[in-house]
Design a protein around this ligand. Structure first.
Ligand SMILES: Nc1ncnc2c1ncn2[C@@H]1O[C@H](COP(=O)(O)OP(=O)(O)OP(=O)(O)O)[C@@H](O)[C@H]1O
Length: 299
């Protein structure tokens, strides 16, 4: 169980993380979203025990994380630029990790070679960016972490490798209850993987929700009227965006499906449709709702 309690972090007097509270249960895949500079990396670094918060508590299984060897041994942090020891080959790096991580699994390391077919004697720094990323996942998964912290992890991986890695991650969550905290700007990837999401904005956690609940809370509505648009159709509901496409009005509406249906049906539209939103659309509209550059294109 990961607990972040009223955590704040300042850089040069400026708050990068503001009073964030978050609990993530074991076996959860938590997707951390946010605009550039929102504080995602800062939060992940504190959670991996590499950066100390200025106030609040960061706990894994009730133990403080910062510089706590015992806790850090059960976690693996894969930063946005993977780090390897200078000039090391894959095998040398594996040997190094086997001495550091108590749960290092030699058999799994060799099994994973089927997925990551890179010769063990290759020097890691000479590999391409995507291949280095593969090595990082390969080594990370062989340490059998209880908590895997991933910062923009799919950068540089080709589509086939992305799928392979996604499968490996889901398998570890299903089989041994691994917890994953993943930050990414690739919302499709998060949508495929995560069961919970949080959105950071200006250092504040503005949303944290079960992904299914989040999707059940925002809808795309298409309506059309033969004649004039009745007065008051936008009153009493929370519209995040509205656009006109010919005679059809497309609205993004916050709220539960039955109440949105009931609201529009009282105006007897000639066309009425409700469509699901992707996570990417939800993110854009939620961010718009909190004032992050989005324009309402209908006067
Ligand atoms: N070492 C540092 N010194 C000073 N300020 C920093 C430092 N690291 C980050 N910041 C600032 O803290 C804020 C949050 O940065 P952070 O890297 O956590 O954001 P992020 O959400 O990961 O961004 P991105 O999506 O662009 O990678 C930014 O305003 C950034 O400029």
């Amino acid at each position: 169980m990961i607990e972040i309690k009223q955590v704040s972090k300042l850089y040069e007097g400026k708050e990068a993380i503001r009073n964030v509270t978050l609990a993530i249960g074991k076996g959860t895949i938590f997707g951390l979203l946010g605009s550039n500079g929102a504080g995602k990396t800062t939060l992940l670094k504190m959670l991996s025990g590499n950066l100390i918060q200025d106030s609040g508590e960061v706990l894994i299984d009730r133990l403080h994380v910062f510089e706590n060897r015992e806790v850090k041994n059960r976690c693996f942090f894969l930063p946005d630029t993977p780090y390897f020891l200078a000039n090391y080959t894959i095998l040398q790096m594996a040997l190094f990790y086997s001495g550091v991580y108590r749960k290092w699994n030699e058999e799994r390391f060799y099994q994973l070679q089927e997925i990551f077919p890179i010769p063990l004697q290759y020097k890691i720094h000479k590999l391409s960016k995507g291949m280095q990323r593969q090595v990082a996942f390969w080594l990370a998964l062989a340490t059998m972490p209880e908590v895997l912290i991933l910062d923009e992890p799919f950068d540089g991986l080709d589509p086939v490798m992305r799928k392979n890695v996604r499968q490996l991650l889901v398998q570890d969550v299903a089989e041994r209850d691994m917890t994953i905290l993943i930050s990414s700007h690739n919302l499709r990837e998060i949508e495929d993987l995560a069961d919970h999401v949080g959105i950071l904005h200006n250092g504040k956690l503005v949303i944290q929700k079960d992904l299914a609940d989040l999707k059940a809370d925002v809808h795309k509505v298409q309506i059309a009227f033969k004649h004039k648009i009745p007065h008051g159709i936008y009153r009493g509901i929370q519209i995040l965006d509205k656009q006109r496409q010919g005679s059809v009005i497309v609205c993004i509406v916050k709220g539960k499906e039955p109440s949105i249906k009931a609201h529009f049906n009282q105006f007897q539209p000639d066309i009425f449709d409700m469509l699901p939103l992707t996570l990417e659309e939800i993110f854009i509209y939620e961010m718009g709702d909190i004032g992050y550059v989005i324009q309402n294109t209908l006067a």
